[in-house]
Ligand binder design. Structure first.
Ligand code: IMP
Ligand code: MG
Length: 181
């Protein structure tokens, strides 16, 4: 049987490192949003592992919701086109929105989403991303909470996929070029 970890060139961020960093982010978010009506909005599907871990490190009352968008298809390059596949279940008026995402790359997806949600009178809209690929940015967008700065390689694991695979890896790794070339 094909060993999926053979497709990884290098482990970039270990599961231990992710665990520690997510604890820190949870503490910071719990402080910053104390006394506020907080909704964590996960972007399916990449945010799921990060969302699940972050949520359990938040010690103040909060709720969760999800959106699904599509911008990549099955390729490793962004098409720049964002489609909403699933919208929020909850009303967000007078609530504080924290969008939870796996990675900000070009910034296209999140800048579109933030604009899309801005019309709904939330008290605030901020972003928590596990990974930030600053070098690859094409659209200006800043996350309030960032797990790790990462170089411009194609990464998989901890929610990040290539062709829907590798999301289950407990670490973030660099995918071997031969897999997607
Ligand atoms: P952006 O719109 O270019 O910022 O892309 C954001 C989305 O692209 C993320 O939610 C990921 O699903 C995907 N993405 C960007 N970079 C990577 C990567 O290195 N590996 C896997 N998915 C990525
Ligand atoms: Mg994604």
């Amino acid at each position: 049987m094909h060993d999926m970890s053979d497709d990884i060139q290098e482990v970039l961020i270990s599961s231990d490192k992710i665990k520690k960093r997510v604890e820190e982010l949870g503490q910071q978010i719990s402080k910053d949003y104390a006394g506020k009506d907080l909704i964590l909005v996960g972007i399916l599907k990449g945010s799921v592992p990060f969302m699940a871990d972050l949520l359990r490190q938040i010690t103040i009352p909060c709720t969760m919701d999800f959106m699904a968008v599509s911008s990549y298809g099955n390729s490793s390059k962004s098409s720049g086109v964002v489609r909403i596949l699933k919208d929020l279940d909850s009303e967000i008026e007078n609530k504080h929105i924290l969008i939870v995402e796996d990675i900000i790359d070009s910034g296209t997806t999140l800048s579109y989403l933030v604009d899309y949600l801005k019309g709904r009178k939330a008290d605030s809209i901020e972003i928590a991303c596990l990974l930030n690929k600053e070098e690859a940015r094409k659209v200006k967008i800043d996350a309030k909470y960032i797990g790790f700065q990462v170089p411009d390689y194609f990464l998989v694991g901890f929610g990040l996929d290539y062709g829907e695979k590798y999301r289950n890896f407990p670490y973030v790794g660099i995918l071997k070029e031969e897999i997607y070339k």
